[in-house]
Design a protein around this ligand. Sequence first.
Ligand SMILES: [Zn+2]
Length: 362
Amino acid sequence: MSMSRPATAEVAAAVAQTARPVTFPVTAPPEPGQCIEIAPGILWARLALPFRLNHVNIYLIEDGDGYAALDTGIADDQTKEAWLALLSGPLNGKRLTRLIVSHHHPDHIGLAGWLCERFGIPLLTSQTGFLACNNISLSPNALGADTYRAFYRSHGMNDTAAEMVATQGNYYLRMVTPLPLTFFRLVAGERLKIGARVFDILSGDGHAPEQIMLYDPSARLLLAADQVLARITPNVSVWAVEPDGDPLGLYTRSLGSMAASLPEDTFVLPGHELPFSGLHTRIAEILAHHEERCGTILEAVSEKPMTVADLVPVLFPRPLDPHQMSFAFSETHAHVNLLIHRENLAWTKDEDDVLRVVLATR
Ligand SMILES: [Zn+2]
């Protein structure tokens, strides 16, 4: 397979040459039930999450006589109450005009169905986001199929973690209300007018397929969802449904094109953690982080052939519970598949159908 794609290390180096440091104009996030006007007519609030990453950012964008909401939090009573408190408190009883959802992960889409029904507002999201959520809802046990179990086994995943992955659909659905029956499709390259602002619609793959971002060129302001976060790197995973997929390649290319098309002084409003400036520096850091992990894998594999499961503790040396293990496994797999696509690694199969990677010979 021969494809020309930019080497991410080169992109990182090029970007780093000109870039300004990551800075945080506001260093304290909004308190529960409160909003911060983070840019003219854009309110920033936080909703709690019951995970190690304990919050998601949502944004309310002035839209005529009300606010367009971006992202929702997960479907639980606490989050519903938080929404009602925001509307009656900081939003002064103003109405919601529409709901924009960046991607189909439960912390971003979880309450979409409830919000749209309760407030009679339309849902705007990517086609893939809408279909991905519905796909899981229609077939929550799909990942339990023998083919997928065999996939995880062939890569050395243990039974507990495999069971975790197989039942992930049901876990997802506990955090998501059923979507509205119709939606408005957001398409990269088109524009979306919200109140006085006109946003360019961008999309990026890797963390979630066709994740939507909104860029206001007149203010150089980017609603980045989970594509670029200030301190953590978003999860990028290979799933059994697309075993040879290269989500990390998609992700790094998306970052490369963002660095090429968005100005250095872009103000980033992300889905988690603090809003920041210094987009190019942060992109360079994330690209360098993934290159370093690829280097660590190549070093380990140069010693002996390894399964994806063998490589998990190489990248994640700390003890992992089964939930963390399933994420760590899929993230490790993403690095392995990138190195396969780059022809740095190749698969070998033993007589038990276990797959290991070896250094590719050229
Ligand atoms: Zn996400």
